[in-house]
Design a binder for this molecule. Structure first.
Ligand code: R2B
Ligand code: URA
Length: 386
């Protein structure tokens, strides 16, 4: 009986050993598969290249590449890690306006707001532009005029390239002078033209004039316009041609500059000709924005609020409180657009509202990451209702 039992124990022990070996082998295979799956997913998450094209072939030789005016470089900042998720680059004239916009966006796209945190200006070291990051959105100030925004765009486009960003959309939000439109109207540019109505941004390279086409993305303009909500917005949002000038006074045919060598009649004739040619507004950055983004295969839009109707005058007499409200209109529209792109899935034909808890990880440690929380009363976000 004992010998039988010992035979049985031996057999069982042998079977247990065999089973253990099988389980071990299977668990190794399983680990290998999981590792391969993870590697595969990581490959998808981190594309090899950005979707931008036509860029300077010498960029790969710049190790590091120094984005001087942004105070950033590819050696001390891991661009794919920090900026690889950027899908929207929003630009506006002043640092304050863009900081406010960044806080407003945090609310609108559902990033958890931590009262103790503040957004960090990532371009502070450059001392030229301000740059804030709110999840997949960058908010940058561009200063005034094409030379200023060109410098910013060269560096932001290189940033997108180094970070391997996929299809980033660039949007300028700002102010403009309207042509035959009511003050307070939001104008989305169909294209940017110069003072001769030429749709090109002219620059001198080696003393020779080079013209770059200044097309803007029609579909993007339509998508942004579709975010206008007549039940909430007591103003018009229109699409039209934008004239871009290199000067606020003579370049825009004002009679109130320090110099003026034309008559009021000449001004009237010029502005009326612009109106006849479908120009709805005048501002100072759209040519460079349109030309540089289209060279890089980036979709771009310009969304500006008209702060006066130039057919009625030159000086801006509207009180500051009203101007401040009007300036928020492009911000509200663009925030709605971004929210829609982020949370609306065509296949579901339904909204997927942001889940606050899911987004919790996006809120930064104070001063540690570029994605911050609000709570600073000086940075009160714009109100939707006016
Ligand atoms: C609109 O407003 C500014 C001039 O006041 C300029 O940057 C622009 O495009
Ligand atoms: N910005 C401009 O460039 N022109 C205007 O008239 C108003 C704002």
């Amino acid at each position: 009986m004992w010998s039988n039992c010992s035979d049985c124990t031996c057999r069982l022990a042998k079977e247990v050993c065999q089973l253990k070996a099988v389980v071990n082998a299977q668990s190794k295979t399983l680990s290998k598969l999981v590792r391969q799956m993870k590697d595969g997913c990581n490959k998808d998450e981190q594309p090899k290249e950005s979707t931008l094209c036509g860029l300077n072939p010498c960029l790969k030789c710049l190790q590091p590449d120094i984005l001087y005016h942004l105070g950033l470089d590819t050696e001390t900042t891991d661009f794919p890690k920090v900026f690889g998720d950027v899908r929207f680059v929003c630009m506006g004239g002043t640092p304050g306006r863009m900081e406010n916009f960044a806080y407003y966006l945090m609310q609108e796209i559902g990033l958890k707001i931590n009262a103790a945190t503040k957004l960090r200006d990532m371009a502070e070291a450059g001392k030229r532009f301000a740059l804030f990051k709110v999840g997949p959105v960058l908010c940058a100030s561009h200063g005034m005029g094409c030379p200023s925004i060109s410098i910013l765009l060269h560096e932001l486009i290189k940033m997108m390239h180094h970070a391997k960003c996929q299809d980033p959309v660039f949007i300028r939000i700002g102010t403009c002078g309207g042509i035959g439109v009511d003050p307070g109207t939001v104008v989305i540019s169909s294209e940017a033209v110069d003072g001769r109505l030429n749709p090109a941004h002219e620059i001198l390279v080696h003393g020779v004039s080079v013209q770059h086409a200044s097309q803007l993305d029609e579909g993007l303009a339509d998508d942004i316009k579709s975010c206008h909500d007549p039940s909430k917005d007591n103003y018009e949002t229109i699409i039209g041609r934008t004239m871009c000038t290199h000067d606020f006074y003579e370049g825009q045919s004002r009679l109130d500059g320090a110099f003026c060598e034309y008559t009021p009649e000449m001004k009237k004739t010029y502005l009326e000709e612009l109106q006849n040619q479908g120009v709805k507004n005048i501002e100072m950055e759209s040519l460079a924005l349109a030309a540089l983004t289209s060279r890089a295969n980036i979709r771009a839009a310009v969304v500006c609020v008209a702060i006066l109707n130039r057919l009625n005058g030159d000086q801006i007499k509207t009180p500051h409180e009203i101007l401040a409200k009007w300036e928020k209109r492009p911000q509200v529209l663009v925030a709605r657009y971004i929210r829609k792109v982020l949370y609306f899935h065509e296949n579901d034909s339904d909204w997927e509202e942001p889940d606050e808890d899911e987004c919790e990880g996006e809120a930064p440690e104070k001063g540690a990451t570029p994605q911050g929380g609000a709570g600073d009363t000086q940075n009160a976000p714009p109100e939707e209702a006016e």
